[in-house]
Design a protein around this ligand. Structure first.
Ligand code: T46
Length: 133
């Protein structure tokens, strides 16, 4: 079972190089309200360790690589992001952890909503309770 969905982003290439366009409700399956990016990662850092109540996100590793561990409370999945032509869609109640950031990793995340700490579940037992309710 796939918890995260990989979206193939169409590359528009010509003799000058490549271009990818990201559009709300087209190749990105929600209206984009926020973009953030994670970079200059120190060695062996792990991030995430939370779920979201309603946020939808697409994560694209623009350079380098990193690994997502996704957990829907029943199944777990590991996804390596190392290709800027693929976006990882995470929606629904999914616990996520990120690790193995390469030194040059730049992880760009498109989000369906503005930053709101009240949408985060940062406690794993609280996450499990919600999954089972
Ligand atoms: C997610 C994964 C993939 C803001 O002020 N605005 C923002 O838009 C974000 C994303 C974070 N922040 C603040 C909140 C914390 O004080 O920046 C600090 C670091 O955030 P956090 O520890 O949540 O970062 P990660 O890398 O663990 O998680 C992030 C996103 O927060 C989260 O939504 O799904 O990346």
């Amino acid at each position: 079972m796939n918890i995260g969905k990989l979206i193939n982003l169409k590359v528009i290439g010509d003799q000058r190089g490549n271009l990818i366009s990201l559009e709300s409700n087209k190749n990105i399956p929600f209206a984009i309200n926020r973009v953030y990016y994670i970079f200059d990662n120190l060695p062996n850092v792990e991030r995430g360790f939370h779920a979201h109540i309603s946020l939808k996100q697409v994560a694209i590793c623009m350079s380098g690589s990193c690994t997502f561990l996704l957990d829907n409370g029943l199944d777990k999945e590991t996804i390596v992001l190392n290709d800027r032509t693929k976006g990882l869609l995470i929606e629904g109640l999914v616990w996520r952890e990120m690790k193995d950031f390469s030194k040059d990793a730049v992880l760009v995340v498109l989000a369906s909503d503005f930053y709101d700490e009240s949408d985060y579940i940062r406690d794993y037992s609280e996450f499990k309770k919600r999954v089972n309710s």
